[in-house]
Ligand binder design. Structure first.
Ligand code: BYC
Ligand code: FE
Ligand code: FE
Length: 480
C-alpha cells in the first residue's frame, strides 16, 4: 500500500482501507459515539469548546506525518494509522523465528495477544482520565497545548488498540472495546488494569514526571510489541512510537525548565545550599529535594509496570513470537534464548542479590534494565542544568527495590540506596524520600494558571523554541 494513501474524508481517517472492510467499519462506527461520550465526560475538563493548536496525524511518512491547525478537541481526527507493511517481514524471535510474520491471529496465541492488546489499550484512556483537571492550572498556553496534544494522542492510541480488537478478535474483541470505555482510573469498583494508572496526577510537576517516566514505559512496551510476529500489532505500535517521542519531550523539558527556574532564582538570591528548602520556597520555585522526591515516586510506580522480574507470561509471549525485547532486531544472538541466562536482582534470604536465571523467564527484568538506562540519559541531562549554575546537587534514580508494589521487592521496605529497613524506620523516613503532605500543599500553592499568551508561571522558564516554530507569544489555545 502507498504510505501516503490516507483516507482523510470519512469519519475515521485511516490507511487501512476501512471503506473496503464494511464489517470493521460498522463496528468502529458503532463504538465511536461511546468514545465521544467518554471523551466529553472524562477528557480535559472545561476546555472542550476551546480551539487548540494541535498536530493531527495525516500520513505515516516519517518526514511529514503531521499537520498543525486549530481544532476543538472533540472534533480531533482520531485516525487509524499503521506503519507501512514491510515486504516479506519475518518473525524476528522465538520458536517461530524466521517464519513469515502473521497477518491473522494464530489460534493458539489468540488469548495471549488479546490480553496484551487490552492491557496496552487500557493505559491510554487511563492517562487522559488522570490528567483531566490539569488544564485549569496550566502554567502557560504553550504547556496547556502540550497537555492536550498528549491527551488526544493517547485517545488515538486507544483507537489503535480498538481497531485491532474489532478487526481480529470478533465478538469478544468488541466486548473488550466496550469495556475499555467503562473502566475508570482510580475507581473503586472498575479501576484501570495497571497500578500506576490508578494514581492521581494532581499537579503539573506530576504531569511532567509522568510523561518522563510513565510514557517512557509506554515507549519500552511499544518497542517490545513493535517486534511482534503479529504484523498488524507491529505496524500499529511502530506508528504510535512516532507520537510517543513528543510525550517524553514534554516531560523531559518540563522538568528541565522547572530545574532551570529554581537554579536561576537561587543564584539571583545568592542561596548556595540546595537543602535550605524554606529559603528556596520563599522564591516561589520548587526546591531540588522536592523534585527528587517527585522523581522517586513516579520512577518507582513506573517500575511496577514492568511486572514481575521473573515471569512465565513474558517467557511464553517471547517463545510464541508475540512480544520481543527492546530493539530485538538490533540484537546479535540466537533470538530464541532457550539456553542462555540473564542476571536478575532478587530478594533472597533477607538480602538483595543478583542471580543468573534462564533468560526467557527474565524478559520483564531485561526490558526494565533497558528502561532504567533510558531514564538515566534524561536524568543526566537534567543534572547538566544544575551543574551550569554550580549548585551542589545531583538528581539520581533510586535503587530499583525502593518503594515497590509488584515483584521481588514488593514485600520489603528499603531506603533510596536499596538498604532494607523495617517498617518503623520506613515510617520515619518516608517524608524525606517521597512527597509529603506539606510538599504537595506547597506545589499546589504554586499552581496558579497563566493563560496570557507568552506568559509563564513563576516556577518554570519558557521553552527554548515554540511548537511548530511559533513565536513566544503565540496563542496556542484560544480559550472559549
Ligand atoms: N499492576 O507475569 P507477570 C503506556 C499482573 S504504558 C497490576 O509479571 P506480565 C502509556 C499481571 O497482569 C505501557 N497488575 O505479568 C504510558 C499478571 O496478572 P494475571 C502499557 C500487574 O504479563 C503513559 C500478574 O500480575 N503496555 O502505554 O509478564 C500514558 C503476574 O505478573 C502489574 C503494556 O504494559 C501492575 N503493574 O507483565 C499512556 C504492554 N504488573 O494476568 C500510555 C502489555 C503485573 O496473571 N502488557 N501485574 O492475572 C504487558 O506486556 C504485561 O501485561 C505487563 C505485565 C508487562 C504489564
Ligand atoms: Fe500512548
Ligand atoms: Fe504517551
Amino acid at each position: 500500500m502507498n504510505i501516503m494513501n490516507v483516507d482523510y474524508d470519512g469519519l475515521i481517517p485511516n490507511n487501512v482501507n476501512l471503506n473496503g472492510d464494511p464489517r470493521v467499519k460498522a463496528a468502529l462506527e458503532k463504538w465511536h459515539p461511546g468514545y465521544l461520550d467518554w471523551w466529553n465526560d472524562m477528557g480535559p475538563d472545561g476546555f472542550q469548546e476551546s480551539l487548540v493548536y494541535l498536530r493531527t496525524a495525516v500520513s505515516v511518512d516519517p518526514k511529514g506525518w503531521a499537520k498543525f491547525d486549530y481544532v476543538k478537541m472533540p472534533d480531533y481526527k482520531w485516525g487509524i494509522l499503521l506503519a507501512p507493511q514491510g515486504e516479506d517481514r519475518k518473525i524476528p524471535f522465538g520458536a517461530h523465528a524466521g517464519e513469515k510474520a502473521w497477518q491473522e491471529v494464530p489460534g493458539e496465541y489468540r488469548a495471549m495477544l488479546r490480553r496484551l492488546i487490552v492491557i496496552q489499550g487500557d493505559t491510554e484512556p487511563a492517562s487522559v482520565e488522570q490528567q483531566r483537571f490539569l488544564g485549569k492550572t496550566a502554567p502557560s498556553l504553550y504547556d496547556m497545548r502540550n497537555l492536550f496534544q498528549v491527551n488526544v494522542e493517547e485517545g488515538r492510541h486507544l483507537w489503535a488498540m480498538v481497531y485491532l480488537l474489532q478487526k481480529y478478535f470478533g465478538a469478544d474483541g468488541r466486548e473488550e472495546a466496550e469495556a475499555l470505555l467503562q473502566r475508570r482510573s482510580g475507581d473503586e469498583d472498575t479501576p484501570r488494569m495497571l497500578g500506576a494508572f490508578n494514581e492521581e496526577t494532581p499537579d503539573w510537576l506530576s504531569f511532567f514526571m509522568f510523561t518522563f517516566f510513565t510514557d517512557r514505559d509506554g515507549k519500552m512496551q511499544l518497542e517490545a510489541l513493535a517486534q511482534s510476529g503479529f504484523d498488524p500489532l507491529s505496524r500499529t505500535t511502530r506508528f504510535m512510537l512516532t507520537e510517543e517521542a513528543h510525550h517524553m519531550f514534554v516531560g523531559e523539558t518540563g522538568v528541565g525548565r522547572t530545574i532551570e527556574r529554581t537554579c536561576q532564582e537561587m543564584q539571583k538570591a545568592g542561596i548556595e545550599d540546595p537543602f535550605d528548602v524554606n529559603a528556596v520556597r520563599k522564591l516561589g520555585v520548587i526546591d531540588l529535594p522536592t523534585l527528587q522526591k517527585k522523581a522517586n515516586l513516579h520512577y518507582s510506580l513506573t517500575l511496577d509496570l514492568f511486572g514481575n522480574e521473573i515471569s512465565t507470561n513474558a517467557a511464553s509471549a517471547f517463545h510464541a513470537g508475540v512480544k520481543g525485547r527492546y530493539r530485538e532486531d538490533k540484537l546479535d544472538d540466537d533470538h530464541r534464548l532457550e539456553s542462555s541466562t540473564y542476571p536478575v536482582t532478587r530478594f533472597k534470604d533477607g538480602k538483595i542479590v543478583t542471580e543468573e536465571v534462564p533468560a526467557l523467564s527474565a524478559l520483564n527484568m531485561r526490558l526494565r534494565d533497558d528502561y532504567v538506562a533510558d531514564c538515566q540519559g534524561g536524568v543526566s541531562r537534567w543534572n547538566k542544568v544544575i551543574e551550569k549554575y554550580n549548585i551542589g546537587f545531583q538528581l539520581k534514580l533510586p535503587h530499583v527495590a525502593f518503594h515497590r508494589h509488584i515483584g521481588e521487592f514488593s514485600s520489603i521496605k528499603t531506603d533510596v540506596d536499596g538498604n532494607v529497613i523495617d517498617d518503623a524506620a520506613w515510617d520515619k523516613k518516608k517524608d524525606e524520600v517521597l512527597p509529603s503532605t506539606s510538599d504537595r500543599d506547597y506545589i499546589e500553592s504554586l499552581m496558579a494558571p497563566q493563560f496570557e499568551p507568552g506568559k509563564f508561571a513563576s516556577w518554570l522558564v519558557p521553552p527554548k523554541v515554540g511548537i511548530d516554530n511559533k513565536p513566544g507569544d503565540f496563542e496556542y489555545v484560544k480559550i472559549a
